[in-house]
Design a protein around this ligand. Sequence first.
Ligand SMILES: *[C@@H]1O[C@H](CO)[C@@H](O)[C@H](O)[C@H]1NC(C)=O
Ligand SMILES: *[C@@H]1O[C@H](CO)[C@@H](O)[C@H](O)[C@H]1NC(C)=O
Ligand SMILES: *[C@@H]1O[C@H](CO)[C@@H](O)[C@H](O)[C@H]1NC(C)=O
Length: 367
Amino acid sequence: MHPGSVLVLALLAGAQAADTVQYGAFLKTATYSVANALGFFTKNNLEVVYNQVPNSTAAFDSILDGQYDILTATVDNALNYRFNQAQPITVLGQLDQGPGLVLAAVQSITSAKQLKGKPIIVDSPVSGYAYLLRKILSSHGLELGADYYFMTVGGTAARYSALLTGQLPNGTAVYATILNYPFTEQAAALNTGKAPSILGAVADVVAPITSSAFTIRQQSLADPVTHDRLVRFTQSMYAANEYLLEPRNKECAVSAIAAQLNITSAIAQSAYTDAINSLTGEVSPDGSFGVSTQGIRNVKDVRAQYGGFAGAPAGLDFDAALRPGPGQLIDYGIRDEAVLRQTLSPLKSTCEPSTVNMQARSGDLGA
Ligand SMILES: *[C@@H]1O[C@H](CO)[C@@H](O)[C@H](O)[C@H]1NC(C)=O
Ligand SMILES: *[C@@H]1O[C@H](CO)[C@@H](O)[C@H](O)[C@H]1NC(C)=O
Ligand SMILES: *[C@@H]1O[C@H](CO)[C@@H](O)[C@H](O)[C@H]1NC(C)=O
C-alpha cells in the first residue's frame, strides 16, 4: 500500500493503533468468520490474533497463564476446571450448541458395534467431547473400558486428518472419533470412496447442549485494559452473530465462511446451514450469547452420569453453581456491556447484500 493511503487510513481510524486481543480457538466458527472477514473487529479498533489451539489442556493452560485473553472451548471443559480443579475460569456466554457433532468412523466401520475392542481418538479422555462420545456409544450398547478405550490425540483438526488417512502420524490405526463443524460438512462433501462413515449424531442422544462458550480467566474481569478489550471483542462477535443469523445476509455470510476456512462455496453453504440451525447451531436462547439453562444442565448431567465430578466438593449444589451472576462460573457482566455498546453505536459489516442481486438470485435458490 502507498504510504499516503496508510496515513489516510490511520487518520480515518482516529490515528489509534488497534488494540490486540489474543484469541484461542479450536476452529473458526461461522460467527468468528463473519466478524473477521466482514470488518466487525477492525471497526471496533481491534486486532484479533487467532491462535489455533492444539488441544484442550494446552488451551486452558494458555488462558490461565495469560497467554490468551479469551478462548472459545466446549463448556464442559469450564465445568471441569472450575468445579473439579477449583480454577478461576469464567464463562461470558454461549457461542454454539455443537453444530455438526457426530460420531464418525473410517469407511470400513459401518456400524457402532464394530468399534468393540477398538481405540476411539479424542482430544482429552476427561473433558470436552469425551462424555458426549460415551453417551452416543452407550446408546449402541458400548461402554468405555469394557468395550472400547480412548486414545488421546488432540483437537478436531488433527483427528479429522487422522480419520481420513486411517492412521496417526506414528502409524497407529485409527477407527473413529467425534467430529464437528466445519469438519463434518467437509467430510460429507468427499467422494463416496473417501468419506468417513457417520454412525450417529450427538443431537440424537442429547439436545440441546451448550457447546462452545466464551471463556476467560476470572482475574480479567477486574483488569480495566483487558476488560475493555473483552467488551469490544464480545460486541464484535455479537454483531457478527446477529448478522450471521439474519437470512438476508446469507450470501455475504457464506462468502465469509468460505474465505476464512478456505473451503468451496458448496461446502460453505452446508457449514452455514449447520451454523444457523436453531437446535445445534451458533444460536443462543436470548439471541445474545445467553447460556441455555437446559443446554448446560444436559452437559452437566452427561458428565455426572459417567462420574466426571470426582474432584468437585461433596454435595456441590449444581443449580446454584450454574446460576449466572457476578463472580459465578457464568458471569454476564462483559456480555451485558457488549450488548449495550452495540445498541448505542452499532457496528456494521463491510458487506451489504445488494437488493438487486438478492432478487435476481432468489429464483436460483428456489429452483
Ligand atoms: C497439547 O499440545 C501441547 C502443545 O502442542 C503438547 O505439548 C501436548 O503434548 C499436547 N497434549 C496432549 C494431551 O495431546
Ligand atoms: C502412537 O500415538 C498414540 C497417540 O499419542 C499413542 O497412544 C500410541 O501409543 C502411539 N503408538 C506407538 C506405536 O508409538
Ligand atoms: C486453500 O485450499 C487449496 C485447495 O485445497 C490449497 O491448495 C491452498 O493451499 C489453500 N490455501 C491456504 C491459504 O491454505
